[in-house]
Design a protein around this ligand. Structure first.
Ligand code: TXA
Ligand code: MG
Length: 347
């Protein structure tokens, strides 16, 4: 199969919609990362997504819609907190886990009674949703477990020849995947994956305490998810999804303020690559290895946008080990950045 690289012209939505109707997944830009989209109601097409990514069938897909009315066609009910979150953050980088309607395929939800739904803001993805006229299942467009793509080139590096087309919509704005919030217990929202929309922002909108320690595995215990364990989730090894977004070369994390103490155990050498959140202060330039930084001034939005691209570049280059700086604060966007760094370093 030859993969077409499509420019984001006015007609691209119609062009992509034709591929999707044929049951061929297409990689599309979103404001977070590039996704690999297929008709959410076409099981054969969704199966191709799992096959292309090497993704286990136990890992459910996010379904993308234009707006709240698209979500209402997939979710059995939308609690007040969901309505408020949609009004505040859609279209945008927020995914809601809601009780699903029976019409949503078990393949998409991996046998759960819930479905993850988001309304992307990217104009290319929205044009495709409009031209296609139905919901699109789309995980990140990378082989399972590897770093998510934030440019069309990243997609081609790994999926060229395996998908019908990729639309080039330029670099993604946020650079990390959407925040996932479970509303299966409507009075106890749980963040399953931190992302561009912070816990603080979500709490301010729902007016309820939001817990942050959710994980895909914990969700098996949530009301509405009972019953799926024998068939599906129970087979997910704990921590299976911890190692995710991982470069091939080992990543070790450090804190700038603790680095002096850590150096004795790190044994820096020439083949090392150092990733700083911000241009390192004088003196650290003496450390052996190569030094790169995500931002000039420490801006977390810029760091998040640059992170995956830099990890990819270093992973594909000569780096033997990557040492990456974590944000000292655990609030706002730093939570998402540190989460991706920890997953990248998990072995
Ligand atoms: O920003 C994003 O969300 C990107 C773009 C393409 O939209 N998509 C994305 O999809 O990151 P993916 O498949 O790489 O990650 C989706 C996560 C998975 O960890 C999956 O387990 C979880 O969402 N998920 C999907 N459905 C779920 C459900 N019903 N309950 C709990 N978690 C769910
Ligand atoms: Mg992914």
């Amino acid at each position: 199969m030859t993969t077409e690289l499509l420019a984001s012209t006015a007609e691209v939505g119609l062009r992509v919609a034709r591929f999707l109707r044929e049951g061929d997944p297409v990689a599309l830009p979103t404001e977070t990362v590039y996704g690999l989209a297929a008709d959410a109601f076409n099981e054969a097409a969704c199966r191709k997504i799992f096959a292309v990514k090497g993704r286990p069938l136990l890992d459910p897909l996010i379904v993308h819609v234009l707006d709240g009315s698209g979500a209402a066609e997939l979710a059995a009910e939308i609690p007040a907190a969901g309505v408020a979150l949609m009004a505040a953050f859609w279209p945008g980088p927020l995914t809601l886990v809601l009780r699903k309607r029976v019409t949503v395929s078990d393949l998409v939800t991996a046998g759960r009674r819930s479905v993850a739904i988001r309304s992307p803001a990217h104009p290319v993805f929205r044009a495709v949703l409009e031209a296609f006229g139905g919901p699109l299942a789309a995980p990140s467009a990378n082989p399972f477990g590897y770093i998510s793509p934030t440019t069309a080139q990243h997609v081609l590096e790994q999926l060229d020849g395996r998908i019908a087309a990729v639309v080039d919509g330029g670099p993604c704005w946020h650079g990390v995947e959407s925040t996932i919030v479970s509303l299966l217990d409507p009075l106890r929202p749980v963040i399953l994956r931190p992302g561009p929309i912070s816990l603080e922002e979500i709490e301010a909108v729902v007016g309820l305490p939001v817990s942050a320690n959710g994980s895909l595995e914990n969700e098996a215990e949530a009301p509405g998810a009972e019953g799926v364990r024998e068939g599906g989730l129970g087979a997910l090894a704990p921590g299976m999804l911890t190692r995710h977004y991982s470069p091939h070369c080992p990543v070790t994390l450090f804190r700038r303020d603790e680095l002096t103490g850590q150096l004795a155990t790190l044994h820096p050498a020439d083949g090392d690559s150092w990733v700083w959140l911000q241009r390192p202060p004088g003196g650290f330039g003496e450390l052996p290895g190569q030094h790169t930084w995500l931002t000039e001034d420490g801006d977390r939005a810029v760091a998040a946008r640059e992170l995956f691209g830099l990890l990819r570049r270093l992973d594909g280059g000569s780096a033997r080990r990557i040492f990456a700086e974590v944000c000292p604060e655990e609030s706002g966007l730093a939570v998402a950045i540190n989460d991706r760094l920890r997953r990248a370093s998990a072995r």
